[in-house]
Design a protein around this ligand. Structure first.
Ligand code: UDX
Length: 450
């Protein structure tokens, strides 16, 4: 099929590339001249495992092209994706101007002779309930071409977006046109393994499905994070509880990992938007509010615990921060817990030495020379009073801990992602504080006596 994707940001580029890999002819429209040049030179402007290879393959074969010419891009398109940003406004509502602007531009570019042949405009962006219906009304008033609008929320996770796209749990399509539903069914045919995974529903249901999914997942994380408080008080282990409840088929094991809080471009934004959506419906959601409060508190609690266990004043203490990205396998620091944790540490007068294999440049833009930057965790830990581990980069669990312990002022690790092994920490001489799990407190005392 002939497909246009408007906006070659994260979602747009993954969508365009994956659809091209399924055999469609895809044109990506990008207005930013620098990004367009990168794309037209065959380079992938973002870090996402597997994306660059797939993009280059389809770019080389001609299945995937990039342009800034909307008229050319939509000339033969059967399906036009709008994958533009819907950032939050200062009052917490969603800024719809990019979406409306892009939709209008598509309509202006559609030739008048497109009255017979339908164009399905697909909204990928996360938008509040009622937006697609409004957009449909608006676009129909803008053009004589035959357009339909469907909502098709994305559920991609950074780090596994290509796999998530090509092997989806479900494809949600919201709208009111059976013809548009059929077109979407045809578009996704190669990846629909079971008929039930392709779901059609009303616009509002599809829109709310996206918010509900992210809010539910964030709620699970906040619930487990709150449980860490009880675990630490009563001497229980959150990992045992995770297995204990995750094996209940009604609960399931995913998204129950406790830590120093969730971050990223979606959960914080979508949960906050959910609170506004509720308010707009005349409902003050204490539940949604609590998810966010628990998340904010967890980051603060991480630092408070570090301060209370440090064994020396935090003022002028030197803390190594391992991991800046909001999760592993990305350079994305949006709403990363590391931002708040570093800020709290600096406010309390600590010196911070930070490291991350991918996200350091992004974080430098926020903290500049307030923080000492290190290329690897071993050098970041030298002569520090504690390590704060904030991102679950897999290689952190296999570092030379004995060597690291020997270079630190005092070997203490606060594991905000519960990703290190307690036995290894004990055997390599560390005091070790995970979240909601029994700590190792003996090592330092042993070391001090010897
Ligand atoms: C999320 C949704 O999963 C995805 O469906 C949606 O399209 C976009 O938002 P993403 O932000 O890429 O994806 O990351 P995700 O893997 O969901 O992690 C989000 C945050 O939650 C991270 O900070 C992660 O560390 C944290 N997390 C995740 C936990 O703290 N515990 C868990 O068990 C899982």
């Amino acid at each position: 099929m002939d497909v246009t994707v408007v906006g070659c940001g994260y979602v747009g580029l993954v969508t365009a590339t994956c659809l091209a890999s399924l055999g469609h002819t895809v044109r990506g429209v990008e207005k930013d001249p620098r990004k367009l040049k990168t794309l037209q030179d065959g380079h992938c402007p973002i870090f996402e495992p597997g994306l660059a290879e797939l993009m280059q393959e389809n770019f080389a074969s001609g299945a995937l092209q990039f342009t800034d010419n909307m008229k050319e891009a939509v000339h033969e398109a059967e399906v036009v994706f709008l994958a533009v940003g819907t950032p939050p406004k200062p009052d917490g509502t969603v800024d719809m101007s990019y979406l409306e602007g892009a939709g209008k531009e598509v309509c202006d570019a559609l030739a008048e002779d497109r009255q017979q042949c339908m164009v399905t405009i697909v909204v990928k962006s996360t938008v509040p309930a009622g937006t697609n219906r409004k957009l449909y009304g608006f676009l129909r008033s803008q053009t004589r071409a035959y357009v339909q609008v469907v909502s098709n929320p994305e559920f991609l996770r950074e780090g596994s977006a290509v796999k998530d796209f090509l092997e989806p749990d479900r494809i949600v399509v919201g709208g009111e046109s059976p013809e548009a539903f059929r077109m979407m069914r045809r578009l996704y045919d190669p990846i629909i393994k079971r008929e039930e995974t392709f779901m059609t529903m009303g616009w509002e249901s599809a829109e709310l499905t996206k918010y509900a999914a992210n809010t539910m997942l964030a709620a699970r994380i906040s619930f487990m994070n709150e449980m860490t408080i009880l675990c630490e008080h009563y001497g229980a282990d959150i990992e045992d509880i995770r297995k204990g409840i995750g094996s209940d088929a009604r609960i399931g094991p995913a998204f129950l990992r406790a830590g120093c809080g969730y971050g990223g471009s979606c959960f914080p934004k979508d949960v906050a938007a959910m609170e506004h959506i509720s308010r707009a419906a005349g409902h003050e959601s204490l539940f949604v509010h609590a998810i966010q409060t628990t998340n904010a508190n967890q980051k603060k609690r991480f630092v408070d615990r570090l301060i209370s266990k440090l064994g020396r004043p935090i003022e002028r203490a030197s803390i190594a921060v391992w991991g800046l990205a909001f999760k592993a396998d990305t350079d994305d620091i949006r709403e990363s817990p590391a931002i708040d944790v570093i800020r709290y540490l600096l406010e309390r007068g600590a010196q911070v030495k930070a490291t991350d294999p991918r996200a350091m440049n992004n974080m430098k833009a926020i903290f500049g020379d307030q923080v000492e930057w290190h290329g690897d965790p071993v050098s970041a830990a030298v002569e520090t009073d504690a390590v704060a581990l904030l991102t679950d980069w897999p290689f952190y669990s296999t570092l030379p801990f004995r060597k690291i312990a020997a270079t630190m002022n005092q070997p203490i690790i606060f594991d905000g992602r519960n990703c290190l092994h307690r036995d290894v920490m004990r055997e390599t001489g560390f005091q070790y504080y995970p979240m909601g799990r029994p700590a190792v407190e003996a090592s330092l005392r042993l070391k001090a006596r010897s």
